[in-house]
Write a protein that binds this ligand. Structure first.
Ligand SMILES: *[C@@H]1O[C@H](CO)[C@@H](O)[C@H](O)[C@H]1NC(C)=O
Ligand SMILES: *[C@@H]1O[C@H](CO)[C@@H](O)[C@H](O)[C@H]1NC(C)=O
Ligand SMILES: *[C@@H]1O[C@H](CO)[C@@H](O)[C@H](O)[C@H]1NC(C)=O
Ligand SMILES: *[C@@H]1O[C@H](CO)[C@@H](O)[C@H](O)[C@H]1NC(C)=O
Ligand SMILES: *[C@@H]1O[C@H](CO)[C@@H](O)[C@H](O)[C@H]1NC(C)=O
Ligand SMILES: *[C@@H]1O[C@H](CO)[C@@H](O)[C@H](O)[C@H]1NC(C)=O
Ligand SMILES: *[C@@H]1O[C@H](CO)[C@@H](O)[C@H](O)[C@H]1NC(C)=O
Ligand SMILES: *[C@@H]1O[C@H](CO)[C@@H](O)[C@H](O)[C@H]1NC(C)=O
Ligand SMILES: *[C@@H]1O[C@H](CO)[C@@H](O)[C@H](O)[C@H]1NC(C)=O
Ligand SMILES: *[C@@H]1O[C@H](CO)[C@@H](O)[C@H](O)[C@H]1NC(C)=O
Ligand SMILES: *[C@@H]1O[C@H](CO)[C@@H](O)[C@H](O)[C@H]1NC(C)=O
Ligand SMILES: *[C@@H]1O[C@H](CO)[C@@H](O)[C@H](O)[C@H]1NC(C)=O
Length: 855
């Protein structure tokens, strides 16, 4: 059916193509101020300056450096045969025009403008866009923050990508360079990109790589090892980041002429392979912690190396003992703390003790060093005591250590050493405890506990739901595409639209009937409307009101207290109902509210276990609630946090298929008599098959303040279980702060965003609120805060999974790394209005309408 519709639309588009093109050009003329020279209503657009036509179709528009202001009309893709567009160095504002649907476009240069937004779906559906070779958006500093678009696919011809200073953030996808086999120039400097260099860079054909000067808070980290395998590299600008580790062996980079590494945390020796490169012209090494001798490059190389930890201030080899010590450090991977040790190792602080200028004692206990024990220790012939216990060393104890004539003490306890223990003389006190693999013949035993995952169970019931879900989602995608096309060709949309919506409603209604008929309900019982009415005493005792209906108190015939949620008739078309019954009745977990029954007759209703303590929001918001959360002790709060996390983890991992809740907020967390939290309200839930990590959802949904950025804008990535993690993080921060993060009363207009305040407190180590009475409690609050801040990272990839959240919450504070300051998007940002005008209509089919809530 979808192909048929598309065919139909394409047919319509063909007929009107020429007119659409002329119309677009006149809109463009109107949009620009000042009017570009030579453009006017009275001349045909093909004669305008900077416009090139072939067979009266526009193929190129080029008006750089013309002080143009204005917003480009949407649907640049009305110009079907456009191959080049160059509008760089103007002051254009508004969204970058959509590139969806172009087949012919080859170069796009929109650099040095004032664009504010990468529209949703900009890169989506680009599978048609196979000709694009150059994309340049550099220096659009007013762009709303965005992530490197993971949807980029099939850009097999793209060779130049310049996104310098475009407010990019998050980390780069590890496979990203596999996606562009032709890429030779990539500039991502002056953004806020964090994380490691993608491993796929190694196999790429990139020649010009600029990743320098990331923002103060978010920079590239980890080693630059991967560049050593970039055989085609000409230029690499990596300065002003947080790269660590050694400069790798560069002997394979035989074209390299410009390597900028200054202002990083690189350590170790400058490798000889770098001096040997005959192509090298410029190299900067300043402001790192490089060690060893000062590097000497070929004549004519412009090299700088100020502010490092070289052993001497002049050219020449290091002291022989220093050279040995550096070999030892190399095996540890040149730990940062040891970089202070310069040429005079005997004055090297606490680590090294000398006697008559010879090293007699080395003490590296409990330093968390990784790597291996260097055989070079055996060159220190005066060594008496060697202590390297309590690190994270692997490998074996070098046999050559047995040759040390003076050795009395060798302490290697508490590492991860393996292999045979060499035979030392009886004078040596050897301490090896805490190395489980040491002295054991590893590989002698074959692991037997092969984790039995069991065959993936697909009961007929699960199958049915998957079928129902996928039928409706295929349909939805079809509709979205269809409507987008329609909106571009307004004239033809009305009748078609009506037809589609009728169709959808009908098919969903049909699904509900099917679903109920074939659903073999083991737990939830189906009730008649009359029974529901009787249970609720004619809907007398109202407990609350949610987005999808009203909740009443009721008693089952057997006397059990229950809560009955009556679904709003006006809202939705049965989809939420299916969702809720399907999602909840397949779960069984102490932290998920149990569905006891449902009714699908006259009115739709869901019957749940009763939760005497109501919902969590009552305990969070102080205003109007006397028992706000400061009255719950920290332990209870912590238990609630863990409970919700367990419930979510179960939804994400524990069931036959993954369930995404997508509307986690305090109102949807119910508390039983013991304050055990239970997740409820599955109206927005999404069931996906286990292997789907990303789901597509129709329109924008969720609740402002808890909704993850990717749920409302595709430019932040796909919707996945990490979207629930985000909402969980916001909820936790609210619990910690004991206040609403998003006060609908109007304070969201202030720039200081609630998590921002919390982050500041964390930095200043302020006690965060009224909760912490003791040092121990303060640690717990800190731990929970750090976990929550990890959860609300804008890039879904940076957020932990729910299992990881539980692990972090239950582990020690020290094991949680300091979260990067989350980039805060505030939902009022114009993106919500401008991001997808066409989805305005789609929102109607969902019960929460974001736009309605934004004044
Ligand atoms: C940018 O455009 C201005 C005029 O609008 C011009 O003076 C300037 O030289 C241009 N800069 C570049 C780098 O092209
Ligand atoms: C313009 O594009 C259409 C569709 O992509 C194609 O059929 C047509 O031949 C092109 N016209 C020219 C003059 O290239
Ligand atoms: C971009 O817009 C800002 C205001 O939003 C303005 O201050 C700035 O001068 C503009 N830059 C250019 C290059 O037009
Ligand atoms: C991108 O365009 C800008 C002008 O807007 C230009 O200075 C820059 O060199 C271009 N980038 C590449 C990679 O060509
Ligand atoms: C990084 O983000 C901060 C805001 O957190 C912003 O002030 C800064 O300009 C950004 N840095 C770059 C290089 O874009
Ligand atoms: C250099 O390339 C050769 C051949 O591809 C490879 O075997 C070697 O490991 C590479 N060396 C480095 C340091 O990457
Ligand atoms: C660096 O790599 C080259 C090529 O793989 C190799 O021949 C050379 O031995 C390596 N140098 C060092 C110090 O490992
Ligand atoms: C690279 O070196 C050349 C001279 O060899 C110099 O003109 C140029 O400015 C240098 N570039 C950088 C980035 O240092
Ligand atoms: C050497 O490079 C630095 C920047 O890395 C530059 O400032 C300087 O002008 C260059 N010197 C020469 C002679 O090219
Ligand atoms: C070596 O360690 C022993 C204790 O194990 C201590 O008595 C001795 O003084 C140490 N020797 C040196 C040179 O530090
Ligand atoms: C110890 O080293 C291993 C890799 O060798 C690493 O995965 C692990 O995180 C390290 N542990 C600590 C505590 O540094
Ligand atoms: C371990 O298992 C592999 C294959 O499962 C087998 O080839 C090998 O001989 C086993 N090793 C020992 C020591 O049993």
């Amino acid at each position: 059916m979808k192909t048929l519709l598309n065919f139909f639309i394409l047919l319509l588009m063909k007929v009107v193509a020429i007119d659409v093109e002329e119309e677009y050009m006149f809109e463009l003329l109107k949009a620009f101020t000042p009017t570009p020279t030579g453009w006017s209503h009275t001349t045909p657009h093909c004669k305008w300056n900077g416009v090139v036509c072939q067979s009266s179709r526009v193929v190129s528009i080029s008006i750089p450096s013309s002080s143009l202001t204005g917003t480009l009309p949407l649907y640049l893709n009305s110009l079907e045969n456009l191959t080049h567009i160059d509008l760089h160095n103007n002051s254009l504002t508004g969204p970058v025009p959509e590139l969806v649907g172009f087949r012919t476009l080859q170069t796009v240069n929109l650099g040095h403008n004032n664009f504010t937004l990468i529209p949703e779906g900009w890169f989506g559906w680009l599978q048609y866009n196979t000709d694009l070779q150059t994309l340049n958006l550099s220096n659009n500093l007013n762009l709303l923050r965005w992530l490197f678009p993971t949807e980029l696919r099939e850009f097999s011809l793209l060779h130049t990508l310049d996104l310098e200073a475009t407010n990019l953030m998050g980390s780069l996808p590890s496979n990203m360079f596999d996606l562009f086999p032709s890429l030779h120039t990539i500039f991502l400097s002056h953004n806020n990109i964090s994380g490691t260099l993608p491993p796929s860079l190694g196999k790429s054909k990139v020649r010009y790589l600029r990743l320098n000067d990331q923002g103060e808070w978010n920079r590239f980290t980890d080693t630059i090892e991967v560049i050593s395998s970039m055989k085609f590299l000409f230029q690499a600008w990596l300065h002003n980041n947080l790269f660590t580790g050694q400069i790798p062996n560069m002997s394979n980079c035989t074209y390299l002429f410009d390597l900028q590494l200054h202002s990083n945390l690189l350590s170790g020796l400058v490798p000889p392979s770098l001096f040997a490169l005959s192509t090298l012209k410029n190299i900067s090494l300043d402001d790192n912690t490089l060690q060893g001798p000062i590097p000497v490059f070929h004549e004519g190389v412009n090299a700088t190396w100020k502010n490092n930890k070289f052993c001497r201030n002049d050219v020449g080899p290091c002291d022989p003992q220093t050279t040995i010590v550096l070999e030892i450090f190399a095996a540890f991977g040149y730990p940062f703390v040891l970089s202070e040790i310069r040429n005079d190792v005997c004055n090297g602080g606490l680590w090294i003790t000398c006697h008559s200028g010879k090293i007699v004692r080395i003490d590296f206990e409990n330093q968390r060093f990784g790597g291996t024990i260097s055989p070079s220790f055996s060159k220190l012939k005066s060594l008496v005591n060697l202590t390297i216990g309590g690190n994270n060393l692997t490998g074996s104890i070098p046999h050559s250590l047995t040759t040390l004539p003076q050795l009395q003490l060798l302490n290697v306890s508490d590492n991860n050493l393996s292999g045979q223990i060499p035979k030392f003389s009886s004078n040596v006190k050897l301490i090896t405890r805490g190395n489980p693999l040491l002295g054991r013949n590893i590989g002698g035993e074959n692991a037997t506990d092969s984790h039995h995952a069991g065959p993936s169970e697909t009961t007929p019931r699960a199958l049915l739901i998957i079928v129902v879900a996928s039928v409706s989602s295929t349909l939805s995608v079809g509709i979205v595409i269809f409507i987008v096309i329609i909106f571009k060709h307004k004239k033809y949309h009305i009748s078609v639209k009506r037809w589609i919506f009728k169709k959808t409603t009908k098919s969903i209604g049909h699904n509900v009937e099917d679903f109920i008929q074939s659903y073999n309900l083991s737990v939830a019982k189906q009730y008649r409307y009359a029974e529901v009415k009787r249970m609720t005493n004619s809907f007398r005792d109202k407990l609350g009101q949610g987005g999808y209906g009203v909740v009443y108190k009721a008693n089952l015939p057997d006397g059990r207290q229950v809560a009955v949620k009556v679904i709003n008739e006006s809202k939705g078309n049965g989809e939420e109902f299916i969702n809720e019954v399907a999602s909840i009745s397949r779960t069984s977990h102490v932290n998920i509210v149990a569905l006891l029954g449902f009714c699908y007759e006259n009115k739709r209703a869901l019957i749940y276990e009763f939760m005497p303590n109501g919902s969590l929001d009552k305990f969070i918001y102080k205003n109007g609630f006397p028992d706000a959360i400061c009255n719950l002790d920290w332990n209870k709060l912590y238990q609630i946090a863990i409970g919700i996390a367990r419930g979510l983890e179960y939804l994400h991992q524990g069931c036959i298929s993954r369930i995404l809740h997508l509307d986690i907020k305090p109102q949807n967390i119910l508390l039983n008599e013991d304050f055990c939290p239970k997740i409820s309200d599955f109206g927005l839930a999404k069931i996906c098959q286990r292997n789907d990590s990303i789901v597509s959802i129709l329109g924008t949904r969720g609740t402002i303040g808890y909704i993850a950025p990717e749920v409302f804008s595709r430019s932040y990535g796909g919707v996945s279980h990490k979207s629930d993690v985000y909402s969980y993080g916001m909820l936790m921060l609210e619990m910690i702060g004991g206040r609403k993060n998003y006060d609908t009363g109007g304070s969201y207009t202030t720039e200081m965003y609630f998590p921002d305040l919390i982050y500041k407190d964390l930095e200043l180590n302020n006690s965060l609120n009224c909760l912490a009475n003791s040092e121990e409690e303060n640690d717990l609050v800190r731990k929970t805060t750090m976990v929550s801040l990890w959860c609300i990272q804008t890039n879904p990839l940076d957020r932990p999974s729910m299992s990881k959240v539980i692990e972090m919450l239950q582990g020690p504070l020290e094991s949680i790394s300091y979260p990067p300051k989350p980039f805060l998007y505030s939902p009022k940002i114009s993106s919500l209005q401008t991001s997808d005008a066409s989805s305005n209509n789609l929102l109607e089919t969902n019960s929460i309408t974001l736009l309605n809530r934004v004044p």
